[in-house]
Design a protein around this ligand. Structure first.
Ligand SMILES: Nc1ncnc2c1ncn2[C@@H]1O[C@H](COP(=O)(O)OP(=O)(O)OP(=O)(O)O)[C@@H](O)[C@H]1O
Length: 248
């Protein structure tokens, strides 16, 4: 049994800015980013999340939608335990795995194979032989696995990090915009792997700008707007409302 419960979760980021006054004035007019929390002596605080209440349980697959700077990554980081709320309470019950950014679990100086060994230790993955075969098959990187990862393109790094993160069997899987750097071949394979994962993952939270991916993977959607919940409910309804508002 996995469970996520957020009560009034708020996250403020201090932004040290010599031109704090003009920053504050221009921020109030912007369509992107969080809201101003407060300003004192040259320090502006941006409120990335503002009073988020959320309950998720086994079987929930939540898509996070919203414009640039709406708070999606910050929410994923709170769920991953990487960011403490400034106010409110976050209860996360269950093992989590988070794929947050390209290369987050890769060491650029090491080869693909060395990274597989490293991740096996870091993530506690079993059976080296089976893991190497699985990763080589999914990534289709072939001889590139013998080269340092820093020589890989963004999409190649995505293939390797996505394969490693999804080789875990977490109860809660957190994915932040993972498909954007992949080519169409990767997307098809990643979609298939996501479907297999849904069967053995209790809760998935998935931030993506692509509405078709939200609709095909998620049961629920949460629309964030300047750090606040604009809508939360069945994925089809929230996506329709979001698309209507952004088209207007
Ligand atoms: N480490 C940080 N320091 C200062 N401000 C931050 C930090 N991280 C995020 N923010 C601010 O918090 C707000 C929310 O950012 P966040 O990255 O969560 O948005 P997002 O919805 O993931 O955006 P995008 O779709 O562009 O990736 C933005 O205004 C951003 O400038």
């Amino acid at each position: 049994m996995a469970r996520i419960q957020l009560d009034g979760v708020t996250v403020d980021f201090p932004v040290y800015d010599g031109a704090a006054r003009s920053f504050r004035h221009s921020l109030a007019r912007l369509a992107v980013g969080g809201a101003i929390a407060r300003q004192r002596r040259g320090v502006v605080e941006v409120r990335a999340l503002d009073g988020i209440d959320l309950r998720l349980e086994d079987g929930d697959r939540l898509g996070l939608i919203g414009g640039n700077g709406a708070g999606k990554t910050t929410l994923i980081r709170v769920l991953a335990g990487l960011r403490e709320p400034t106010a409110g309470r976050a209860v996360i019950e269950g093992s989590t795995a988070a794929l947050l950014s390209l290369g987050a679990i890769l060491d650029g100086e090491m080869t693909g194979y060395e990274n597989i060994d490293r991740a096996r230790v870091l993530l506690g993955l079993p059976s080296r032989a089976a893991l190497v075969a699985e990763i080589a098959d999914f990534t289709e990187l072939g001889p590139f696995l013998d080269l340092p990862v820093k020589t890989y393109s963004a999409g190649m790094q995505l293939r390797l990090s996505f394969a490693l993160m999804t080789a875990q069997h977490p109860e809660i899987l957190l994915l932040d915009e993972v498909f954007s750097a992949g080519d169409s071949g990767f997307r098809i394979r990643a979609e298939q792997r996501m479907r297999e994962l849904h069967a053995r993952t209790a809760i998935t939270v998935f931030a993506n700008h692509g509405m078709s991916e939200i609709l095909s993977h998620c049961t629920k959607a949460l629309w964030l707007d300047h750090g606040r919940i604009r809508a939360l409910g069945p994925a089809a309804e929230v996506v329709a409302a979001y698309e209507a508002a952004t088209a207007a």
